[in-house]
Design a protein around this ligand. Sequence first.
Ligand code: PLP
Length: 372
Amino acid sequence: MIPLHKPFITGDEIKHIESVLAMNYLSGNGTYTQKCHEYFENQFGYRKCLLTNSCTASIEFAALLANIKEGDEVIIPSFTYVSSVNPFILRGAKIVFIDAHTQNPNLDISQLPHLITKKTRAIVVVHYAGIACPMDEIIKIADLHNLIVIEDAAHSLGATYKKKPLGSFGHLSAFSFHATKNITSGEGGLLIVNDEKLFERADILWEKGTNRNKFIQGIMNKYEWCDVGSSFYPSEITAAFLYAQLLHSKTIQEKRMEAWKYYQRQLNNLTYFEIPKIPEYANHNAHLFYLKAISEEKRNQLLNYLKSNSINAAFHYLALDQSPYWKSSQKIALPNASHWEKHIIRLPLFADITNKELEKIVACVKAFDAYE
Ligand SMILES: *Cc1c(COP(=O)(O)O)cnc(C)c1O
């Protein structure tokens, strides 16, 4: 079976983990955590980076930092993963789902003004497949209404909007290093704090509600409780693993891009399936390659056909506004989110996918498309 994804192991992970063992400092916020923070700051120009245990944890952290309270309204795409939403449910917020665009699965900016009320506090932006949302327009609307922008950039490490890295637009941004993402530590994440006003509090929440900086300066007791917080950061073992991956990220991203472009070249002329449309302002990071089928039936038939040829393709998100857990007044289905749910098919994409595997997948897709 050709898998849908496969983590790329660089071979240097063990070396860095051994160095953690040699230092015998295993808990978090040590040398490797600092190395990772510096890498992100130097590579992408992010101002403040804090490693976390997952993108989910990063968004929970962001919801705390944004001070989301009961009754606050938060606008979130329906076509996304549950982790974009749960952190705000946990804070007692009212979720207002926004529909996807017709051209790509990102949120439809034209709907945004209609969903904003006096109670709206924040908007969550998801860059599906590492393809940027129109950030200038989103920030313009957010500024007009004083909204906090949170980027769920789980797919998006290395992708840009108008040449500027994703993750640098929101007041707060969240990345994932889950095993299915381009760069991985098994589980892992990153919170970017771009709003300077939140810097000091971010450090405190990250340190479980204590002020480590003031403790280091000798002006506060380490155990003094000064705010809420949680156990957000990973161990040095995880940070060392991640650091090894970061040092190889150029190679990893190039290999993925090669595979992505091969699919794009080979599959741009099918009868029943369309390749992704990339807006001019976006440079994506080859996080995933999807086709959009002309019908749900064709999509499912191709999925089965590929499976019978030992190729593990997949559909993707189920529109959250229609999920069983969501019992709200928002009863009418968001048409585009439901459309993407039924029409997307993702093809295998990972850094060390071979030419032979790619050729087989492309041949199968073309054969299905021609025969049906
Ligand atoms: C993977 C993913 C997450 C969750 O990431 P974890 O690191 O597993 O918590 C959140 N949002 C989106 C859009 C994702 O794809």
